[in-house]
Design a protein around this ligand. Structure first.
Ligand code: COA
Length: 245
């Protein structure tokens, strides 16, 4: 896949690399970026060769500084926005990705940038990472899942704090509170993400997919239902999907 303007897609050794590529705008999330990400993630989802995905931001200053504020004044009407979302719901697509997603984060990780990171299963950051959800200060709600994903990762109190005050969080705090899995130097960020991805691709891809499914789906179930799901997937993993139910 090639020919994208705002995103770079690369594939190597069963790892897909998706780079947000508008460094002159701190990789701000534009309509075009949304459409290109939708196309790329749809293709990755259907590509069994891809066993893990690494997201990163181009340039040295940001993973993504949130929604493109220069497009704000040209935002479509509510009806048009609803119609677009019905056919191209990027956030549900993120949620339904069967492969593990790794975010390699540096610099500003704001608004939809943070929300993309929160849809990932692992987050590795460099020491200069700054997380924030500034939406309420702009008079809008986070619209990329942040109100739902952040409390699941950070807990209720921390999520309320960030969502309602727009308070930023640095790398050390994010690590202490479980938003980041680890901090590595900027120079080590992509090699480390690649090596973590390599550890995942060394495992049985079906087992990895089922493990992710059990965790993500189980989060929205009672413990009893979650145990049932885990048992069913463990049995399927042993017998292989071909013998499935
Ligand atoms: N949308 C569009 N352009 C953006 C952007 C955004 N969200 N964030 C940064 N940019 C652009 C700036 O306009 C600037 O472009 P220019 O050089 O053509 O003027 C360039 O990226 C560099 O940003 P700048 O503001 O000069 O850098 P800074 O170091 O002074 O500040 C930030 C960095 C991230 C603090 C600041 O850019 C900012 O607050 N951005 C908006 C964050 C935000 O509210 N996002 C929306 C969430 S819903």
């Amino acid at each position: 896949m090639s020919g994208f303007e705002t995103v770079i897609y690369e594939k190597s050794d069963a790892i897909a690399f998706v780079t947000l590529n508008r460094p002159q705008s701190l990789n701000a999330f534009s309509v075009r970026m949304r459409d290109e990400l939708f196309e790329i993630l749809s293709a990755i989802k259907a590509d069994d060769e891809v066993r893990v995905v690494v997201f990163k931001g181009a340039g040295e200053r940001a993973f993504c500084a949130g929604a493109d504020l220069k497009e704000f004044l040209t935002a479509p009407s509510a009806i048009k926005a609803r119609r677009i979302r019905a056919v191209r719901d990027l956030w549900r697509l993120f949620l339904g990705m069967p492969q593990p997603l790794i975010a390699a984060l540096h610099g500003y990780v704001l608004g939809s940038g943070m929300e993309i990171a929160l849809f990932c299963d692992l987050r590795i950051g460099s020491p200069d990472v700054v997380f924030g959800l500034p939406e309420v200060g702009l008079g809008i709600l986070p619209g990329a899942g942040g109100t739902q994903t952040l409390p699941r990762i950070l807990g209720l109190s921390g999520a309320m704090d960030m969502l309602m005050t727009g308070r930023r969080m640095d790398a050390e705090e994010a690590l202490a509170k479980g938003v980041l899995n680890e901090i590595v130097s900027f120079g080590e960020l992509y090699p480390r993400a690649k090596s973590v991805a390599g550890r995942i691709t060394a495992c049985d891809p079906v087992v990895i997919r089922y493990a992710k499914q059990a965790v993500i789906k189980g989060l929205d179930m009672s413990l009893d239902q979650g145990l049932e799901l885990e048992w069913r997937l463990a049995r399927l993993a042993r017998s292989g999907p071909a013998a499935g139910e």
